[in-house]
Design a protein around this ligand. Structure first.
Ligand code: NAD
Length: 692
């Protein structure tokens, strides 16, 4: 079997692409297709050509790993497309599975397209910070119209073949055997001339306001991103200039997008997310257990959200509280959340009832005796957690996973009160737990491979991105965010206004800056953590400006005010009294405020994350720099197009990061310094470890 097989069905030449697993457009595929077209051209017995994917799909996209190849070594998708477009006999793309990116562009360059009903078609390039670079931006609008093409290219979301057929993107739906249907279709139209080339058409529905509205739209959906605006420019060219002009412009803009730090960041995330699923020592053969029933202790903010994750995938949940009131409150919130989803049309009322019927409330922990996994989500207090795990040890069935949702506490210590520490693990969900995609999976010293592998599989099942981390105060995400918070408070202490500090992070692409985030989480939480940490370290009671704000009774959004004031729209507004409190604080401490630039604020905050991240890496708390990036993007809103804090630092150049940290009086972590001295990046470190 060659990468593109030729076979004859009488007068039709069938070209089958065999590049498992997804028939990506790797080197070899374009050569094979071009050779097939040459063979068809020179053979008078061939009246038409069918192109089909072998295995489970048509061409699912470009081969992203080839993006980094020099131009002359990259697979020649554009050349293949040009050849197809100019070809003198009908060509039919026969689509099953997915036709994505380069796959759909290939299909668009054929004369006709047929598909099975559940095939998916889309141009997802925007998700990698690039754009369809082989005619997609010029051909799709000519078929489905400007608006629909923009929707598809800007969202990157594929559509089903049945919808594509209504849009004219698919010429025939084949219900039975795809190849037989495609050959029959090719035969029917083999003599039709002139060939209806998409490149000869004009764009329907191309009013100028469609493009203007799209430009406004992306300021909300893709703030700060390059490729969406290039996509709109090109779609507009499709509507307003001859095909050749748009086709040529597309090549240049594709390179511009591909070579941008944003695309490098998104591609880094794409691979980092896949890598994060791999754990040394855990293989496909590591045994896992079936999770058929879950138990949750605590129906508060986190417990309720965690329960929803299980109910959403059909796993029944027993949820335990200490009082009927707390139980009723918790269940009420879950029901309200589901009903709101139903109001928005995301589920039916039957779905709501169905999910609620799988939830068993109880005040008796003994009811957890049949659960395959039990997740504790009670107050963040070691004594309370130890008491619960001691009781769980007596109740839970053998082999059940005993998990804690603690955000900072030592999971080894929690495990130590049980006779089965191998069953204990940390499963750290993020708030709101039914929404946030991240799950930090905390591997304690004695956690068994089975428990770890089952937890990873569970993360996938409940549609989370699971990342394995080690035990330390705050694990990866919160440990970093604590350093970040310290630095943010320091910047204000030295002279900046909180809103300027937040703006510097908004500018970097984070939806919330550090103070917007702490007002949302509740200022009392950070305050309590700082008090606790000082006590543990034998330091005096913390007395920063933010502690003083908390002591006035302002706890953030939950008290309608914290660092900022809030109205019902929850938009933060600076509060004059709090500004005064900060000024008085500086005066009392003898601090002469200085002007702090946005650049300084951005660098100090971003690099405080990077510096702590480097320590975490060196200690082996995170396996890879890429894992830290995944955690920060999915758990803390770091912009995906920057690839995460570690990738961002690598983009800036680690030498520059070290120099800036030193300039601002921070001590660079030894690993960061070493990599900088050796002219390396964090990706090099991952490669050194053999884990990239
Ligand atoms: P919460 O106060 O909203 O809820 C805790 C619930 O546990 C309360 O309803 C309480 O009645 C119940 N509870 C206490 N003792 C119990 C017992 N013995 N048996 C049964 N129920 C009991 O707290 P939360 O915000 O949901 O936090 C829970 C845990 O999750 C903490 O360890 C916290 O650190 C962690 N966490 C919180 C967040 C967050 O953003 N809130 C994020 C990640 C992790």
């Amino acid at each position: 079997m060659s990468i593109v097989d030729h076979s004859r069905q009488d007068d039709i030449l069938v070209l089958t692409i065999n590049n498992p697993p997804v028939n990506a457009f790797s080197p070899g595929v374009p050569e094979g297709l071009k050779a097939g077209l040459d063979a068809a051209a020179s053979d008078d017995g061939v009246r038409a050509v069918v192109i089909i994917g072998g295995g489970r799909t048509f061409v699912a996209g470009a081969d992203i790993r080839t993006f980094n190849l020099p131009r002359d070594q990259a697979p020649d998708l554009r050349g293949t497309i040009e050849k197809l477009d100019a070809f003198g006999k009908p060509t039919v793309a026969a689509i099953h599975g997915t036709a994505l990116g380069g796959g759909l562009e290939l299909a668009l360059a054929c004369t006709y397209r047929v598909a099975v009903p559940d095939a998916q078609l889309g141009l997802p390039e925007v998700k990698l910070g690039v754009l369809p670079g082989a005619g997609g931006t010029q051909r799709l609008p000519r078929v489905v119209g400007a608006q629909k093409a923009l929707d598809m290219m800007l969202s990157g979301t594929p559509i089903r073949a049945t919808e594509a057929s209504q849009l004219g993107l698919i010429d025939r739906i084949v219900d039975g055997d795809l190849l037989a249907g495609a050959v029959e279709f090719a035969r029917e139209l083999a003599e039709a001339r002139p060939l209806p080339r998409i490149s000869d058409r004009s764009v329907p529905g191309a009013r100028p306001d469609v493009f203007a509205a799209a430009r406004v739209g992306i300021t909300k959906t893709h703030r700060g991103q390059l490729s969406p605006s290039l996509i709109i420019d090109l779609a507009e060219m499709a509507a307003t200039t001859p095909f050749k002009q748009g086709w040529d412009a597309e090549a240049g803009k594709f390179m511009q997008a591909k070579d941008s730090p944003q695309s490098r960041g998104l591609r880094h995330l794409f691979f980092a997310e896949r890598e994060s699923a791999k754990i040394p020592g855990i293989t496909k053969d590591t045994p896992t257990t079936d999770i058929r029933r879950a138990g949750i202790i605590g129906a508060g903010t986190m417990g309720g959200g965690i329960a929803m994750n299980f109910l959403n995938v059909g796993i029944p949940v027993t949820i335990v509280e200490t009082t009927q009131d707390a139980l009723d409150r918790g269940l009420g919130i879950i029901r309200r959340n589901y009903e709101n989803s139903a109001k928005k049309g995301r589920m039916t009322m039957d779905d709501v009832e169905n999910r609620m019927s799988m939830l068993t409330p109880t005040l008796d922990m003994a009811d957890l005796n049949d659960a395959d996994i039990i997740i504790e989500a009670v107050f963040e207090n070691m004594d309370v957690k130890k008491d619960i795990f001691t009781r769980l040890d007596a109740i839970a069935k053998p082999g059940a996973i005993l998990a804690s949702n603690t955000s900072t506490l030592n999971v080894n210590e929690i495990a130590s009160v049980t006779k089965r520490p191998e069953s204990v693990i940390g499963l750290h969900f993020f708030s709101p737990a039914n929404v946030m995609k991240l799950l930090e999976i905390v591997r304690a010293d004695k956690t068994s491979d089975t428990v770890l592998a089952t937890s990873m599989a569970l993360a996938r099942k409940i549609k989370k991105v699971g990342v394995v981390v080690g035990v330390c105060d705050g694990f990866v995400g919160n440990r970093m965010v604590h350093r970040y918070g310290d630095e943010a408070r320091k910047i204000v202490e030295e002279g900046a206004r909180p809103e300027d500090v937040d703006a510097s992070m908004n500018e970097l692409g984070l939806p919330m800056g550090p103070f917007q985030m702490s007002d949302m989480a509740g200022l009392d939480i950070g305050h309590a953590i700082r008090q606790h940490q000082a006590k543990v370290r034998g330091e005096p009671k913390p007395d920063g400006w933010l502690d003083r704000i908390v002591e006035t009774g302002r706890k953030g959004q939950k008290t309608q005010g914290g660092i900022y004031d809030y109205d019902e729209t929850r938009k933060p507004r600076p509060n004059a009294e709090m500004q005064k409190l900060i000024e008085d604080y500086r005066a009392e401490k003898g601090i002469v405020p200085r002007e702090i630039s946005q650049e300084e604020s951005t660098q100090r905050l971003a690099y405080s994350l990077v510096n702590e991240g480097a320590k975490i890496l060196e200690e082996g708390i995170a396996q890879r720099a890429g894992d830290i990036d995944v955690i920060y993007i999915y758990g803390y809103g770091f912009p995906a197009y920057r690839g995460g804090p570690m990738q961002y630092a690598s983009e800036q150049g680690l030498k520059n990061v070290v120099a800036d940290l030193e300039k601002y009086g921070q001590t660079p972590a030894p690993l960061l310094k070493r990599l900088a001295d050796e002219g390396k990046t964090f990706a090099d470190f991952d490669a050194e470890k053999g884990r990239a």
